[in-house]
Write a protein that binds this ligand. Structure first.
Ligand code: SF4
Length: 383
Protein backbone atom coordinates (compact mmCIF):
# COMPACT_ATOMS: atom_id res chain seq x y z
CA UNK A 1 0.00 0.00 0.00
CA UNK A 2 1.42 3.37 -0.94
CA UNK A 3 0.55 7.00 -0.70
CA UNK A 4 1.46 9.62 -3.24
CA UNK A 5 3.28 11.62 -0.63
CA UNK A 6 5.95 9.01 0.08
CA UNK A 7 6.12 10.34 3.62
CA UNK A 8 7.06 7.98 6.43
CA UNK A 9 4.18 6.17 8.02
CA UNK A 10 2.70 7.74 11.09
CA UNK A 11 0.90 4.97 12.85
CA UNK A 12 -2.08 5.84 14.99
CA UNK A 13 -2.81 4.30 18.33
CA UNK A 14 -0.13 2.15 19.82
CA UNK A 15 3.30 0.91 18.88
CA UNK A 16 5.02 1.50 15.61
CA UNK A 17 4.04 -1.40 13.40
CA UNK A 18 4.29 -0.06 9.85
CA UNK A 19 1.92 -2.74 8.57
CA UNK A 20 -1.02 -1.62 10.65
CA UNK A 21 -3.92 0.33 9.16
CA UNK A 22 -2.05 3.46 8.43
CA UNK A 23 -2.15 7.16 8.39
CA UNK A 24 0.64 9.58 7.62
CA UNK A 25 1.14 13.22 8.30
CA UNK A 26 -0.53 15.48 5.79
CA UNK A 27 1.71 17.53 3.59
CA UNK A 28 0.68 20.89 2.17
CA UNK A 29 -0.52 24.17 3.56
CA UNK A 30 -3.85 23.80 5.27
CA UNK A 31 -6.01 26.90 5.43
CA UNK A 32 -6.43 28.19 8.99
CA UNK A 33 -9.48 26.77 10.74
CA UNK A 34 -10.46 30.35 11.61
CA UNK A 35 -10.74 31.41 7.96
CA UNK A 36 -14.35 32.66 7.67
CA UNK A 37 -14.33 31.88 3.92
CA UNK A 38 -13.83 28.12 4.30
CA UNK A 39 -17.40 27.18 3.39
CA UNK A 40 -17.33 29.47 0.37
CA UNK A 41 -13.92 28.12 -0.69
CA UNK A 42 -15.13 24.51 -0.47
CA UNK A 43 -18.24 25.40 -2.47
CA UNK A 44 -16.23 27.15 -5.15
CA UNK A 45 -13.69 24.33 -5.53
CA UNK A 46 -16.46 21.73 -5.65
CA UNK A 47 -18.35 23.68 -8.31
CA UNK A 48 -15.16 24.07 -10.37
CA UNK A 49 -14.64 20.29 -10.37
CA UNK A 50 -18.26 19.55 -11.31
CA UNK A 51 -19.00 15.94 -12.32
CA UNK A 52 -15.32 15.05 -12.16
CA UNK A 53 -15.72 15.03 -8.38
CA UNK A 54 -17.83 12.82 -6.12
CA UNK A 55 -17.72 13.45 -2.38
CA UNK A 56 -18.61 10.61 -0.02
CA UNK A 57 -19.54 11.34 3.60
CA UNK A 58 -19.61 8.65 6.25
CA UNK A 59 -22.42 8.99 8.79
CA UNK A 60 -19.92 9.67 11.58
CA UNK A 61 -18.44 12.75 9.92
CA UNK A 62 -18.80 16.28 11.28
CA UNK A 63 -21.66 18.45 9.99
CA UNK A 64 -19.16 20.96 8.56
CA UNK A 65 -17.95 18.20 6.23
CA UNK A 66 -21.20 16.29 5.66
CA UNK A 67 -22.76 19.40 4.10
CA UNK A 68 -20.46 18.88 1.09
CA UNK A 69 -21.17 15.14 0.67
CA UNK A 70 -22.92 14.07 -2.53
CA UNK A 71 -24.01 10.95 -0.70
CA UNK A 72 -23.91 9.81 2.93
CA UNK A 73 -23.89 6.27 4.20
CA UNK A 74 -21.93 3.50 5.86
CA UNK A 75 -18.59 2.43 4.47
CA UNK A 76 -19.85 -0.27 2.14
CA UNK A 77 -22.73 1.75 0.72
CA UNK A 78 -20.32 4.60 0.03
CA UNK A 79 -17.82 2.38 -1.77
CA UNK A 80 -20.65 0.99 -3.90
CA UNK A 81 -21.86 4.50 -4.70
CA UNK A 82 -18.38 5.45 -5.83
CA UNK A 83 -18.24 2.40 -8.10
CA UNK A 84 -21.60 3.43 -9.60
CA UNK A 85 -20.12 6.81 -10.67
CA UNK A 86 -17.44 5.86 -13.20
CA UNK A 87 -17.54 9.39 -14.65
CA UNK A 88 -16.21 10.76 -11.37
CA UNK A 89 -12.46 11.03 -11.76
CA UNK A 90 -11.91 12.04 -8.14
CA UNK A 91 -13.61 10.33 -5.22
CA UNK A 92 -13.05 12.37 -2.07
CA UNK A 93 -13.78 10.05 0.83
CA UNK A 94 -14.75 11.82 4.03
CA UNK A 95 -14.26 8.83 6.28
CA UNK A 96 -11.27 6.78 7.41
CA UNK A 97 -8.42 4.98 5.71
CA UNK A 98 -9.87 1.47 5.34
CA UNK A 99 -12.98 2.97 3.71
CA UNK A 100 -10.91 4.81 1.13
CA UNK A 101 -9.06 1.55 0.43
CA UNK A 102 -12.36 -0.25 -0.16
CA UNK A 103 -13.45 2.51 -2.53
CA UNK A 104 -10.19 2.17 -4.44
CA UNK A 105 -10.70 -1.59 -4.70
CA UNK A 106 -14.26 -1.25 -6.02
CA UNK A 107 -13.71 1.66 -8.43
CA UNK A 108 -12.04 1.66 -11.84
CA UNK A 109 -8.35 2.36 -12.45
CA UNK A 110 -9.32 5.71 -13.96
CA UNK A 111 -10.78 6.87 -10.65
CA UNK A 112 -8.61 8.29 -7.91
CA UNK A 113 -9.63 8.06 -4.26
CA UNK A 114 -8.58 10.88 -1.96
CA UNK A 115 -8.63 10.92 1.85
CA UNK A 116 -8.49 14.56 2.99
CA UNK A 117 -6.39 13.73 6.08
CA UNK A 118 -4.11 10.71 5.84
CA UNK A 119 -4.02 10.44 9.63
CA UNK A 120 -7.70 9.44 9.62
CA UNK A 121 -7.21 5.78 10.46
CA UNK A 122 -9.36 3.46 12.57
CA UNK A 123 -8.30 2.12 15.93
CA UNK A 124 -10.28 -1.07 15.39
CA UNK A 125 -8.67 -1.79 12.04
CA UNK A 126 -5.26 -1.10 13.63
CA UNK A 127 -5.89 -3.92 16.11
CA UNK A 128 -5.44 -6.61 13.44
CA UNK A 129 -2.26 -6.16 11.44
CA UNK A 130 -1.41 -8.38 8.52
CA UNK A 131 1.64 -9.88 10.25
CA UNK A 132 -0.34 -10.67 13.38
CA UNK A 133 -3.07 -12.38 11.37
CA UNK A 134 -0.51 -14.36 9.36
CA UNK A 135 1.12 -15.46 12.64
CA UNK A 136 -2.25 -16.53 14.02
CA UNK A 137 -3.01 -18.51 10.86
CA UNK A 138 0.37 -20.24 11.06
CA UNK A 139 -0.37 -21.18 14.66
CA UNK A 140 -3.73 -22.61 13.56
CA UNK A 141 -1.94 -24.55 10.80
CA UNK A 142 0.57 -25.91 13.32
CA UNK A 143 -2.33 -26.99 15.53
CA UNK A 144 -3.86 -28.84 12.55
CA UNK A 145 -6.93 -26.60 12.58
CA UNK A 146 -6.51 -24.12 9.73
CA UNK A 147 -8.20 -26.30 7.11
CA UNK A 148 -11.33 -26.34 9.29
CA UNK A 149 -11.30 -22.58 9.95
CA UNK A 150 -12.88 -19.96 7.67
CA UNK A 151 -11.61 -16.39 8.13
CA UNK A 152 -14.31 -13.71 8.15
CA UNK A 153 -13.41 -10.06 8.38
CA UNK A 154 -15.58 -7.10 9.17
CA UNK A 155 -15.55 -4.32 6.58
CA UNK A 156 -13.65 -2.27 9.19
CA UNK A 157 -10.28 -3.80 8.42
CA UNK A 158 -7.36 -2.97 6.19
CA UNK A 159 -7.22 -4.11 2.57
CA UNK A 160 -4.43 -6.53 3.58
CA UNK A 161 -6.76 -8.33 5.97
CA UNK A 162 -9.59 -8.48 3.44
CA UNK A 163 -7.09 -9.93 0.95
CA UNK A 164 -5.96 -12.47 3.56
CA UNK A 165 -9.56 -13.64 3.82
CA UNK A 166 -9.90 -13.77 0.04
CA UNK A 167 -6.76 -15.92 -0.29
CA UNK A 168 -7.82 -18.29 2.48
CA UNK A 169 -11.38 -19.06 1.43
CA UNK A 170 -12.96 -16.38 3.58
CA UNK A 171 -15.33 -13.49 3.23
CA UNK A 172 -15.95 -9.88 4.24
CA UNK A 173 -19.05 -8.87 6.18
CA UNK A 174 -20.77 -5.69 7.28
CA UNK A 175 -22.74 -5.14 10.46
CA UNK A 176 -25.90 -5.66 8.38
CA UNK A 177 -24.98 -9.04 6.90
CA UNK A 178 -22.71 -10.58 9.56
CA UNK A 179 -25.27 -13.31 10.25
CA UNK A 180 -25.49 -14.29 6.56
CA UNK A 181 -21.72 -14.24 6.21
CA UNK A 182 -21.32 -16.48 9.26
CA UNK A 183 -24.00 -18.89 8.03
CA UNK A 184 -22.06 -19.14 4.77
CA UNK A 185 -18.76 -19.58 6.60
CA UNK A 186 -20.12 -22.44 8.71
CA UNK A 187 -21.23 -24.18 5.51
CA UNK A 188 -17.58 -24.04 4.36
CA UNK A 189 -15.91 -25.08 7.61
CA UNK A 190 -16.32 -25.96 11.27
CA UNK A 191 -14.88 -22.84 12.85
CA UNK A 192 -14.59 -19.15 12.09
CA UNK A 193 -11.72 -16.79 12.74
CA UNK A 194 -13.59 -13.49 13.10
CA UNK A 195 -11.59 -10.29 12.50
CA UNK A 196 -11.08 -7.71 13.93
CA UNK A 197 -14.14 -6.88 16.08
CA UNK A 198 -14.74 -9.39 18.83
CA UNK A 199 -18.03 -7.73 19.80
CA UNK A 200 -19.71 -7.93 16.39
CA UNK A 201 -18.56 -11.56 16.12
CA UNK A 202 -19.78 -12.52 19.60
CA UNK A 203 -23.06 -10.63 19.38
CA UNK A 204 -23.90 -12.20 16.03
CA UNK A 205 -22.93 -15.72 17.04
CA UNK A 206 -24.68 -15.71 20.40
CA UNK A 207 -27.70 -13.46 19.86
CA UNK A 208 -28.53 -14.29 16.26
CA UNK A 209 -27.19 -17.80 15.73
CA UNK A 210 -27.91 -19.39 19.08
CA UNK A 211 -24.33 -20.22 20.02
CA UNK A 212 -23.24 -20.01 23.63
CA UNK A 213 -20.52 -17.81 25.04
CA UNK A 214 -18.56 -21.04 25.60
CA UNK A 215 -18.49 -21.56 21.82
CA UNK A 216 -16.43 -18.35 21.57
CA UNK A 217 -12.78 -17.81 22.48
CA UNK A 218 -10.75 -14.64 22.11
CA UNK A 219 -7.45 -14.70 20.22
CA UNK A 220 -5.03 -12.23 21.79
CA UNK A 221 -2.41 -11.38 19.14
CA UNK A 222 -0.01 -10.18 21.83
CA UNK A 223 0.25 -13.58 23.51
CA UNK A 224 1.82 -16.82 22.26
CA UNK A 225 -0.77 -19.00 20.53
CA UNK A 226 -3.31 -16.23 21.05
CA UNK A 227 -3.29 -17.01 24.79
CA UNK A 228 -5.31 -20.15 24.10
CA UNK A 229 -4.72 -23.82 24.78
CA UNK A 230 -5.06 -26.52 22.11
CA UNK A 231 -8.19 -27.79 23.92
CA UNK A 232 -9.81 -24.34 23.93
CA UNK A 233 -9.16 -23.96 20.21
CA UNK A 234 -10.43 -27.47 19.48
CA UNK A 235 -13.67 -26.80 21.38
CA UNK A 236 -14.30 -23.31 20.01
CA UNK A 237 -16.55 -22.55 17.07
CA UNK A 238 -15.88 -18.82 16.98
CA UNK A 239 -12.29 -17.64 17.35
CA UNK A 240 -12.77 -13.93 17.96
CA UNK A 241 -9.91 -11.55 17.29
CA UNK A 242 -9.18 -9.33 20.28
CA UNK A 243 -10.19 -6.06 18.65
CA UNK A 244 -12.89 -3.54 19.31
CA UNK A 245 -14.12 -0.09 18.35
CA UNK A 246 -12.86 2.49 20.80
CA UNK A 247 -16.08 4.48 20.41
CA UNK A 248 -18.70 1.73 20.70
CA UNK A 249 -16.57 -0.15 23.23
CA UNK A 250 -16.94 2.65 25.76
CA UNK A 251 -20.68 2.11 26.35
CA UNK A 252 -21.29 -0.02 29.45
CA UNK A 253 -24.17 -1.86 31.07
CA UNK A 254 -24.18 1.01 33.60
CA UNK A 255 -24.75 3.50 30.75
CA UNK A 256 -27.97 1.61 29.97
CA UNK A 257 -29.08 1.44 33.62
CA UNK A 258 -28.28 5.11 34.06
CA UNK A 259 -30.34 6.30 31.08
CA UNK A 260 -33.27 4.08 32.07
CA UNK A 261 -33.20 5.72 35.50
CA UNK A 262 -33.09 9.22 34.03
CA UNK A 263 -35.53 8.85 31.12
CA UNK A 264 -38.68 6.87 31.88
CA UNK A 265 -39.81 4.68 28.98
CA UNK A 266 -36.62 5.28 27.01
CA UNK A 267 -35.81 2.86 24.15
CA UNK A 268 -32.16 1.87 24.08
CA UNK A 269 -30.84 1.36 20.54
CA UNK A 270 -27.24 0.25 20.06
CA UNK A 271 -24.81 -0.81 17.36
CA UNK A 272 -23.55 -4.44 17.41
CA UNK A 273 -19.98 -3.16 17.87
CA UNK A 274 -21.02 -2.52 21.50
CA UNK A 275 -20.01 -4.98 24.21
CA UNK A 276 -22.15 -8.08 24.65
CA UNK A 277 -23.49 -7.01 28.07
CA UNK A 278 -24.62 -3.67 26.59
CA UNK A 279 -26.38 -5.31 23.67
CA UNK A 280 -28.07 -7.74 26.09
CA UNK A 281 -29.50 -4.82 28.06
CA UNK A 282 -30.57 -2.81 25.02
CA UNK A 283 -34.04 -2.90 23.47
CA UNK A 284 -32.82 -2.84 19.86
CA UNK A 285 -29.55 -3.61 18.15
CA UNK A 286 -28.56 -2.97 14.56
CA UNK A 287 -26.24 -1.45 12.02
CA UNK A 288 -25.95 2.29 11.40
CA UNK A 289 -28.51 2.09 8.60
CA UNK A 290 -30.83 0.11 10.90
CA UNK A 291 -30.46 2.75 13.61
CA UNK A 292 -31.43 5.51 11.18
CA UNK A 293 -34.44 3.57 9.86
CA UNK A 294 -35.61 2.65 13.37
CA UNK A 295 -35.60 6.28 14.45
CA UNK A 296 -37.27 7.43 11.26
CA UNK A 297 -40.10 4.97 11.81
CA UNK A 298 -40.43 5.52 15.56
CA UNK A 299 -43.63 7.15 16.80
CA UNK A 300 -43.59 10.87 17.56
CA UNK A 301 -43.01 11.55 21.24
CA UNK A 302 -40.96 8.40 21.83
CA UNK A 303 -37.62 8.64 23.67
CA UNK A 304 -34.41 7.03 22.42
CA UNK A 305 -30.92 6.62 23.84
CA UNK A 306 -28.58 5.69 21.02
CA UNK A 307 -25.27 3.88 21.43
CA UNK A 308 -23.27 4.87 18.40
CA UNK A 309 -20.94 7.66 17.25
CA UNK A 310 -21.90 11.08 18.56
CA UNK A 311 -21.84 13.06 15.29
CA UNK A 312 -24.53 10.73 13.96
CA UNK A 313 -26.59 10.83 17.16
CA UNK A 314 -26.54 14.63 17.15
CA UNK A 315 -27.63 14.70 13.49
CA UNK A 316 -30.43 12.20 14.18
CA UNK A 317 -31.68 14.38 17.04
CA UNK A 318 -31.87 17.30 14.58
CA UNK A 319 -33.48 15.19 11.85
CA UNK A 320 -36.23 13.88 14.12
CA UNK A 321 -37.21 16.76 16.41
CA UNK A 322 -40.57 15.12 17.17
CA UNK A 323 -38.69 12.39 19.08
CA UNK A 324 -36.30 12.66 21.98
CA UNK A 325 -32.95 11.34 20.78
CA UNK A 326 -29.95 11.33 23.12
CA UNK A 327 -26.46 9.83 23.30
CA UNK A 328 -26.33 6.67 25.42
CA UNK A 329 -23.34 7.81 27.47
CA UNK A 330 -23.22 10.94 29.61
CA UNK A 331 -19.66 11.65 28.47
CA UNK A 332 -19.18 13.19 25.05
CA UNK A 333 -17.19 10.92 22.76
CA UNK A 334 -16.58 11.31 19.05
CA UNK A 335 -14.55 9.00 16.87
CA UNK A 336 -11.31 10.96 17.04
CA UNK A 337 -9.96 9.67 13.74
CA UNK A 338 -13.22 10.30 11.85
CA UNK A 339 -13.14 13.79 13.29
CA UNK A 340 -9.74 14.45 11.73
CA UNK A 341 -11.51 15.17 8.46
CA UNK A 342 -12.46 18.76 9.05
CA UNK A 343 -13.23 21.73 6.84
CA UNK A 344 -9.62 22.92 6.47
CA UNK A 345 -8.54 19.46 5.23
CA UNK A 346 -11.52 19.23 2.89
CA UNK A 347 -10.91 22.71 1.47
CA UNK A 348 -7.23 21.91 0.98
CA UNK A 349 -8.02 18.63 -0.82
CA UNK A 350 -10.69 20.19 -3.06
CA UNK A 351 -8.67 23.27 -3.95
CA UNK A 352 -5.64 21.10 -4.73
CA UNK A 353 -7.73 18.94 -7.06
CA UNK A 354 -9.27 22.02 -8.69
CA UNK A 355 -5.78 23.31 -9.40
CA UNK A 356 -4.80 19.99 -10.98
CA UNK A 357 -2.81 18.54 -8.06
CA UNK A 358 -3.93 15.16 -6.71
CA UNK A 359 -3.15 14.98 -2.99
CA UNK A 360 -3.53 12.19 -0.42
CA UNK A 361 -4.39 9.55 -2.96
CA UNK A 362 -5.11 6.11 -1.48
CA UNK A 363 -4.07 3.17 -3.64
CA UNK A 364 -4.16 -0.54 -3.00
CA UNK A 365 -1.64 -2.67 -4.90
CA UNK A 366 -3.04 -4.95 -7.59
CA UNK A 367 -2.48 -8.28 -5.83
CA UNK A 368 -3.99 -7.09 -2.54
CA UNK A 369 -6.89 -5.48 -4.41
CA UNK A 370 -7.53 -8.70 -6.34
CA UNK A 371 -7.78 -10.91 -3.25
CA UNK A 372 -9.70 -8.33 -1.25
CA UNK A 373 -12.13 -8.16 -4.15
CA UNK A 374 -12.50 -11.96 -4.03
CA UNK A 375 -13.58 -11.72 -0.38
CA UNK A 376 -15.88 -8.77 -1.12
CA UNK A 377 -17.44 -10.57 -4.09
CA UNK A 378 -18.15 -13.61 -1.89
CA UNK A 379 -20.02 -11.26 0.42
CA UNK A 380 -21.97 -9.75 -2.46
CA UNK A 381 -22.96 -13.23 -3.62
CA UNK A 382 -24.55 -14.07 -0.26
CA UNK A 383 -28.27 -14.64 -0.57
S1 SF4 B 1 -16.16 4.55 15.03
FE1 SF4 B 1 -14.87 2.82 15.67
S2 SF4 B 1 -14.84 1.39 13.93
FE2 SF4 B 1 -15.60 3.40 13.17
S3 SF4 B 1 -13.74 4.43 12.40
FE3 SF4 B 1 -14.02 5.10 14.55
S4 SF4 B 1 -12.77 3.62 15.73
FE4 SF4 B 1 -13.05 2.74 13.69
Amino acid sequence: MTTQTGLPLFVLGRGSDPHSETGVDCPGELPPASDPRLVERARRAKAALGDRLFVLGHHYQRDEVIQFADVTGDSFKLAQQAAARPQAEYIVFCGVHFMAESADILTTDAQQVILPDLAAGCSMADMATFDQVEDAWEALEDAGLADRVVPVTYMNSSADIKAFCGRNGGVVCTSSNARRALDWAFEQGEKVLFLPDQHLGRNTAVLEMGMSLDDCVVWNPHRPNGGLTAEQLERARMILWRGHCSVHGRFTAESVDDVRGRVPGVNVLVHPECRHEVVLKADHVGSTEHIITTLREAPAGSAWAVGTELNLVKRLAQMFPDKSVSFLDRTVCYCSTMNRIDLPHLVWALESLASGEVVNRITVDADTAHWARVALDRMLALA
